[in-house]
Ligand binder design. Structure first.
Ligand code: A3D
Length: 320
């Protein structure tokens, strides 16, 4: 059986890391696509030459022509522009929307059966636009944010409690941005919910609130440190987790920006929710009950996403 084909649209910081991870995990053969001539070719060659030491079997190719992504099983989209210090994700909307148009058309023409994972910011609006531009089924187009946001939350919680990250689970809902909703009562250490850990004296409510805020600001903290771009190692790892669940039909329960219709009272909006990812793409949206505070935070996040979607329609009337 032929190896799966993984097309990475955008061969920048995240794209290069995705290619390295996909090859090392032998998820399939990799095509790195970018408009910058030489960049995807150079990265593909460099990563391929790590193969003898790593011992992986995967081919890597760099491309500037969409024809090279033909028949891809998975497309991961990072094409566009990242943030610089002082910028919000939303500041990227106009420029990255144009990029989504060309990417959506390229995928529709050459890889219409792919499972598409968008990473380009502002995430929820860009994945919405990418699905519209590509015309692919909504269950085959999703966005990566929740896996990263919950990984950040899990990392900070493991530091606070002095326990392995493996035993910390975390639950983050809503849009990828300042309005994301980390749900503490669905986040646990070895199954013990965070509010119980406050009662047990493992931490205080104040410290927990500070961790929630640090999670919301997790991307900006790294932008401030790097100064020249945004996070790329953990974003790449998070998207690879989603791609692997699709390719191996693992049916992982992962939070991602999915097309939500019916659940959470939504009608066709892309927003971060828990999903099941398997061979049919987004196979299920897990609709959990929210209490009044959580619902208010979720509504606030949904409204922020809706505002960005409206802004996209204002710029690109074909999306209306
Ligand atoms: P960067 O290293 O600049 O790579 C972007 C690449 O896209 C560059 O190589 C460009 O040449 C290429 N590109 C630009 N326009 C096009 C086009 N029309 N077609 C094909 N390629 C093009 O950025 P990065 O890899 O650090 O980040 C990529 C995106 O991911 C940015 O929008 C970030 O804001 C976003 N991001 C999202 C998250 C989430 O959690 C959702 C996290 C981190 C970064």
């Amino acid at each position: 059986m032929a190896r799966p084909k993984i097309a990475l649209i955008g061969a920048g910081q995240i794209g290069g890391t995705l290619a390295h991870l996909a090859a090392m995990k032998e998820l399939g053969d990799v095509v790195l696509f970018d408009i910058a001539e030489g960049t995807p070719q150079g990265k593909a060659l460099d990563i391929a030459q790590s193969g003898p030491s790593e011992g992986f079997d995967a081919s890597l190719k760099g491309a500037n022509d969409y024809a090279d992504i033909a028949g891809a099983d998975v497309c991961i989209v990072t094409a566009g522009v990242p943030r610089k210090p002082g910028m919000s994700r939303d500041d990227l909307l106009g420029i990255n929307l144009k990029v989504m148009k060309s990417v959506g058309e390229g995928i529709a023409k050459h890889a219409p059966d792919a499972f598409v994972i968008c990473i380009t910011n502002p995430l929820d609006a860009m994945v919405w636009a990418l699905q519209k531009f590509s015309g692919l089924p909504a269950n085959k187009v999703c966005g990566m944010a929740g896996v990263l946001d919950s990984a950040r939350f899990r990392h900070f919680l493991s530091l606070e409690f002095g326990v392995s990250m493996k035993d910390v689970t975390a639950f983050v809902l809503g849009g990828h941005g300042d309005t994301m909703v980390p749900l503490t009562r669905y986040s646990t250490v070895a199954g013990i919910p965070l509010p119980d850990l406050v009662e047990m004296g493992w931490t205080t409510q104040e410290k927990l609130d500070a961790i929630v805020q640090r999670t919301r600001d997790g991307g900006a903290e790294i932008v401030g440190l790097l100064k020249t771009g945004s996070a790329f190692y953990a974003p790449a790892t998070s998207a690879i987790e989603m791609a692997e669940s699709y390719l191996k039909d693992q049916k992982r329960v992962l939070p991602c920006a999915a097309h939500v219709t019916g659940a959470y009272g939504l009608d066709g909006l892309y927003v971060g929710v828990p999903t099941v990812i398997g061979a049919n793409g987004i196979e299920k949206v897990v609709d959990i009950a929210l209490d009044a505070d959580e619902q208010a935070m979720f509504d606030n996040s949904v409204n922020a996403v809706k505002g960005l979607v409206e802004a996209c329609k204002g710029i690109e009337p074909s999306l209306i």
